[in-house]
Design a binder for this molecule. Sequence first.
Ligand code: DCP
Ligand code: MN
Length: 506
Amino acid sequence: MTDDSSSSSNVKTLSFLRVGKRRLEIFQKACLKFGLTVVDHTTQNAFVLIDDELDFVSASKTVKSSTNSTPIFIRTQWLSDSIKQNRLLSYQSYVLQAAPCPILPSATETSERIHFKRERAISSSASDTDDESNSKKRQLDIQPIQPGELPRTTGIWLCSEASSSTPVVGNPNEKIIEKLREMSRLYLITNDKGRSIAYEKAIEALKRCTHPIRTYEEIKALPYVKQSLADKIWEIIRTNNLVKLSAFQSRNDVSTLALFAGVWGAGTETTKQWFAQGFRTLDDLRMRARLTRMQQIGLKYYDDFNTRIPREEVTRIETIVKEAANEVTPDLKIETCGSYRRLKATCGDIDILMTFKDGKRHVHETVLAPLIDKLKQIGFLTHDLINHSEASASTSGSTSEQLTYFGVCRLSDPGSLHRRIDLIFVPANEWACSLLYFTGSATFNRSMRRLARRLSMSLSQHGLYHGVVRKGVEKINTGQPLVTPTEESIFQYLNLPYRPPEDRDH
Ligand SMILES: Nc1ccn([C@H]2C[C@H](O)[C@@H](COP(=O)(O)OP(=O)(O)OP(=O)(O)O)O2)c(=O)n1
Ligand SMILES: [Mn+2]
């Protein structure tokens, strides 16, 4: 019954920690089948299966070992995967460990090496020939995490896989995914972000499933799928339909809210208000609604902004921005992120990220304002939407500034559409984390942030921190910043295989 026995045979007796009642029942049955004994007392037990949301620190705190030896925590995904494959898999790659800090110089490191790393940390963002694909050179920057130091990042983590290996089209559960996607979109439109995210998580789990889901037990074994959602998936499998979705789609408030959601500058609260005020069409809004300046622009260019931009046009737009920036100062590093960097054929908008090449601290305002002026002078930028600066705690501990300009641009060719463009200036030490964030996709980012959380780290567009202590969602200790000279370094800290942008299109 147990192949892979060399490693899995070590687990004979185990206990569960914080596993919900329904899942527990499924797991207990599976244990019986696999010949494992389940006991109640975690204290006497070397193997503890913990809920997938629990991190190492919380788990250790919950289990007060009387023998002073910390038990081995195994993610329940081990059993879920074993159930799916109908054989007891090796538990090794599912073991949860405390995250070591791989980049902080170890005591055995020579000062020369430390110096070298610091140099590279700064100069890598300065180099003109800084090619993100040049990973060989990058290997020098970061002390790779030693094999076995962290458990291999697999299991429930979407970000551990290339998006090309988890396509929706051709996925054995494509039909289910499509319906859940639509549910997620409609929940977002109706301002129910929580449910929308719950559906997104279920989609992530389904995308990673390599076989068609056929039984209720298989649904229950999926990570992040709670009871009511499992019932919906089961309904889709049984009936090829989802009553709730059909009902959603036929509600006229939903279709109106979806129409209004296309107005740039209108959030879900606003669209709801418009509906409550009796507006049903874009003309109603034009004639009767009180609109902000941004919403007026959003409404005026409704069709333009909702038309995807061909990749070639983004390339031309990027060239114009780069040329103008170069006239202001030749010292900038500029990268178009978002769907363009993920090599999509069309883009919703243009997301351009900038920093100073030399990695030093500069006042970005001295560049952004003249650049915007120049782009307006040549008739490229047609409207401003948002122009603001955001102070943040930087990785150097001081306050740093990120400047964001949202505007509208247009190529001079007759018939060109108005396009949404974002220009974002970031401090050099935040470059890699910003690049990662603004490249997305949003789903990929979410998965990576969740993984960081599991490893007692925190990841944002501003930086990566380790040793973070949380109580629920609240951070009790914000942890220490890690030096992240490149995107590769962030993947390494999280023990993920590096994924180029086109493989992050989840
Ligand atoms: N809620 C969000 C919104 C954005 N982003 C990040 C990931 C996105 O890839 C990036 C840019 O945001 P866009 O909305 O422009 O998304 P894309 O560029 O990916 O897609 P599109 O082609 O629709 O612009 O910002 C995120 O992580 N979470
Ligand atoms: Mn974009």
